[in-house]
Write a protein that binds this ligand. Structure first.
Ligand SMILES: [Zn+2]
Length: 394
């Protein structure tokens, strides 16, 4: 049974220690606007609960030296980021610093038993490394819509066998701690907000371009999930009346034109048709073309690869321009494997389309940037979400 604080003051103190590291009792009292004696009562209670510890004395501010407190060094959170084709599991301390992380290829279509089984195996490996004396909470993201309240995926288009599977309950039973289940793009947005490009930004969009495309929407500091948990499913916005068939069964979806999967398909045809000698050589050598190969072809000056990236950036940019007019974000962060591999050429194309097509009032102060946390955004966001839960009073 995980210990949780008893009131909102204790929650605030835990959040300050999580987000700002160890602080003196005097400083904490100032930050929560409480007298030294009142703050001492709450801190002593948190120490009794094993959530914080005393950590020496602060430098004198004149008069008696104030004691420093920190979160308990034994606090541990686990973040699990399940994508369409990979899984990452990380352990953090109470301040959400990653102490260890394992990542493996994994096809989510294998279903919940196999995929959650692999997640538990990776957790056990991290435990064998001595990183998990105990677990205070687990946050997990899956590549599809989720009922956040119930902790179950809901009609996820690319996850056969997962519809309404009791993920939270199953993992909670196995690991004996609170579990929070969210959409993979939402947890990445929260990760960027906690420790990446979106620190101190309250209204922003996080665009994940991986196998598919999704959007995390942060409004007034919190993730907006929509009435049934599918807000931000922008990969299936229809951008053309005809075109390739999407994984969802419709025609003309954004992600059928540009996503990791679509880019690999287009790059393979560029290799086969003789438009790209560079990609043709990669295809002949490896039997397939990866997004990495497109990035390298582009760097080597391959015109066909450059055209694919520009065409993709333009499609994404057009959808983002509409979203900017609708939502007026303060920041757009691009994350996931495709932007992290293609980098600035893709970013430049998207920026130019958004700035050209949106109204100046909405884009006057709108940075569009790459994710700072790259493939750690998801696991850090997942632990941030569950730590908010564990640090709140029941
Ligand atoms: Zn679709």
């Amino acid at each position: 049974m995980t210990t949780r604080p008893q009131n909102a003051h204790q929650t605030r103190l835990l959040e300050l220690l999580r987000d700002g590291g160890p602080r003196s009792r005097a400083e904490l009292g100032d930050l929560v606007h409480m007298s030294r004696s009142k703050v001492a009562v709450e801190l002593d209670r948190l120490a009794e609960l094993g959530l914080i510890q005393n950590a020496g004395l602060a430098a004198s501010r004149g008069g008696r030296r104030s004691g420093i407190v920190s979160l308990s060094p034994s606090l541990r959170f686990v973040g699990i980021d399940i994508g369409a084709t990979s899984i990452a599991v990380a352990v953090t301390d109470g301040e959400l610093r990653v102490l260890g992380k394992l990542q493996e290829p994994c096809d989510v279509r294998q279903g919940p038993d196999a995929v959650l089984g692999l997640a538990l195996t990776l957790v056990a490996k991290l435990r064998d490394q001595g990183l998990l004396p105990q677990i205070h909470g687990v946050g997990l993201g899956v590549p599809g819509p989720v009922s956040f309240r119930e902790g179950v995926p809901v009609v996820p288009p690319i996850m056969p066998g997962w519809d309404r599977y009791p993920v939270r309950e199953a993992l909670g039973r196995e690991l004996g701690c609170p579990v929070q289940v969210d959409n993979d793009v939402n947890i990445m947005a929260v990760g960027e907000q906690h420790a990446g490009s979106a620190r101190s930004v309250d209204d922003f969009l996080f665009i994940k371009i991986g196998t598919g495309i999704g959007c995390g929407i942060v409004v007034d500091g919190s993730v907006y999930r929509g009435a049934s948990g599918s807000a931000g499913d922008i990969g299936h916005i229809r951008v053309a009346a005809s075109g390739p068939t999407c994984a969802c069964g419709n025609v003309g979806c954004l992600e059928a034109f540009f996503s990791g999967a679509a880019l690999k398909r287009h790059a393979t045809s560029a290799a086969r048709s003789g438009q790209s000698p560079y990609l043709a050589a990669r295809l002949a050598e490896a039997g397939k073309v990866r997004v990495e190969d497109v990035a390298q072809a582009m760097m080597a000056g391959d015109a066909a690869a450059m055209r694919l990236v520009r065409a993709g950036g333009e499609r994404v940019g057009q959808v983002l321009a509409s979203l900017v007019s609708f939502f007026n974000p303060g920041l757009i962060v691009l994350g996931g494997s495709v932007p992290s591999l293609l980098g600035h050429p893709l970013l430049a194309e998207i920026r130019s389309v958004v700035y050209r097509q949106s109204l100046p009032l909405a884009t006057g102060n709108l940075p569009i940037v790459l994710s700072e946390l790259s493939d750690s955004a998801g696991v850090i966001g997942a632990t941030r979400g569950i730590s908010d839960h564990v640090f709140s009073a029941p």
